[in-house]
Design a protein around this ligand. Structure first.
Ligand code: SF4
Ligand code: SF4
Length: 241
């Protein structure tokens, strides 16, 4: 009997253990059904709720309303762009020697040049014939161009220029390939270069061009007026002896 009671007690104890296990297993379920309240965001706690933020936002709106607007209503108002803005590239065809420097340096390979050689007769009797490049095609594909300006920088003959004109959008992307006639038309929109500094030294080319040409008589007079070189010391010593 005592053994059975002990067993029953043990069984009860087991049941208690099982109950304890149930509590252990059920505890989290209880916590899941009632999650703890989330803490308020730090910023909201610091500001003391939503109202101060709202008031601050309305104050900013009111301040901005009182300021004058800086929006340019394009196309009714044309933007006042700096004269050297990178709008479109213009070509002076007469300056281009088809040297291909710009096409080689263009990172996008969007410059297309075709040319052929032409033989010019000698200008003097017995002189040699000369050859020159004749430009057949010069085109820039502005759908590829990234307006880096390298082609303009590297051109040794000032054949390419920036124009601030930017209104040349097209509905067909293929029309953004500008051939040399159209590139030449953009030259009318290129602003003139800034005036030279009056205090600067005269460029060497300008000084050479402004110099009067030397006549034959002047050059022969200069030769005769030139002092004769002094006799050497040995010669003088020999003469004296
Ligand atoms: S670098 Fe200048 S001169 Fe040479 S092909 Fe280009 S535009 Fe013409
Ligand atoms: S601006 Fe740059 S990308 Fe455009 S054509 Fe000139 S070199 Fe090429």
């Amino acid at each position: 009997m005592t053994e059975q009671a002990d067993h029953a007690h043990a069984g009860h104890g087991h049941a208690d253990h099982a109950h304890a296990g149930h509590d252990h297993a059920g505890g989290p379920q209880h916590r899941q059904s009632q999650p703890p309240a989330r803490p308020e965001p730090e910023s909201r706690r610091r500001q003391g709720g939503i109202l101060p933020g709202l008031v601050k936002g309305l104050a900013t709106t009111a301040r901005t309303l009182a300021r004058p607007s800086h929006t340019a209503e394009y196309p009714d108002t044309r933007p006042d762009l700096p004269p050297r803005s990178r709008g479109v590239i213009a070509l002076t065809e007469e300056n281009c020697t088809s040297c291909m420097l710009c096409a080689r340096e263009c990172p996008d390979w969007c410059i297309y040049i075709d040319s052929h050689k032409e033989t010019l007769p000698a200008t003097t009797e017995g002189g040699r014939e000369r050859q020159r490049n004749v430009l057949d095609r010069f085109a820039i594909d502005f759908s590829l161009c990234m307006y880096c300006g390298i082609c303009i920088e590297v051109c040794p003959f000032d054949a390419l220029h920036w124009s601030p004109e930017f209104e040349y959008s097209e509905t067909d992307i293929r029309d953004l390939l500008h051939e040399k006639d159209r590139l030449g038309e953009w030259m009318q929109t290129v602003p003139p270069p800034p005036a030279l500094d009056p205090a600067s030294a005269e460029p060497a080319e300008v000084a050479a061009a402004n110099k009067p040409p030397r006549t034959l008589r002047e050059s022969s007079a200069a030769r005769t007026a030139r002092p004769r070189p002094a006799a050497s010391g040995n010669r003088e010593a020999g003469d004296d002896a």
